[in-house]
Design a binder for this molecule. Structure first.
Ligand SMILES: Cc1cc2nc3c(=O)[nH]c(=O)nc-3n(C[C@H](O)[C@H](O)[C@H](O)COP(=O)(O)O)c2cc1C
Length: 200
């Protein structure tokens, strides 16, 4: 089983992050999770989960909400810069920022490391480990596009929240699973969350 870092930031689409978290935990992986202040506000608005409070309380709430009491989850506040994932010595296979706001994307692209999300991503880059970003914004301006190019050029994987329709989605959860499936594909984690092209 692997160890992954998930960061949920304040772009619309926190449900993508929740679904990825749920999938990895259910499959028995260990997850380090951090959520920005704006990310938890938007999650409350869009999904209804109120994952705010002390690290201990939030970890408990997540396990209750997802009904995963035995899950291998460690939650860290975005201001906790002494969390294990702040250091390259943490044994983390890959990190996914899902959804990724343009603000966090910019911070990562410029090595700002101003909170735990940006620092943990900076660590992945310096350690040459997989970093996946799932940006969501529309329209995209030249600054957003330049920042994405900067990140892509240094090896980060940009998987924009752009579900496809060849899989004939019927429900919103099909669109969510398409995106999460693409992220899992990129992590090389076997999944059948979406119907692949020409697949029966
Ligand atoms: C309802 C709502 C939706 C938002 N959606 C997006 C979005 O899709 N993409 C984005 O880049 N920013 C979005 N924002 C703005 C970010 O939340 C804002 O830039 C914030 O500072 C991001 O902080 P963070 O990256 O630390 O989470 C949204 C804000 C609100 C209130």
């Amino acid at each position: 089983m692997g160890t992954y870092t998930i960061a949920i930031t304040g772009a619309s689409g926190s449900i993508y992050g929740v679904r990825l978290l749920e999938y990895l935990l259910k499959k028995g992986h260990k997850v380090y999770l951090t959520i920005t202040k704006e990310g938890s506000f938007i999650m409350k608005e869009e999904v209804g989960y109120d994952w705010r409070g002390s690290e201990e309380d939030v970890e408990k709430k997540i396990k209750e909400d997802l009904n995963m009491h035995g899950a291998s989850l460690s939650f860290f506040d975005e201001e906790n810069l002494s969390a294990p994932i702040s250091s390259g010595s943490a044994k983390v296979e890959a990190m996914v920022v899902i959804p990724c706001s343009m603000k966090t994307l910019s911070g990562i692209a410029h090595g700002y490391a101003n909170n735990l999300v940006e620092r943990a991503a900076d660590v992945m880059i310096k350690e040459d480990r997989p970093l996946i970003l799932v940006p969501r914004e529309t329209p995209l301006n030249s600054i957003h596009l330049r920042n994405m190019l900067t990140l892509s050029e240094i090896g980060a994987k940009i998987i924009p929240a752009m579900p496809a329709f060849y899989s004939h989605p019927e429900k919103i959860s099909d669109l969510i699973d398409f995106m999460v499936g693409k992220v899992l594909d990129s992590l090389r984690i076997e999944n059948s969350l979406f119907r692949r092209w020409k697949e029966k």
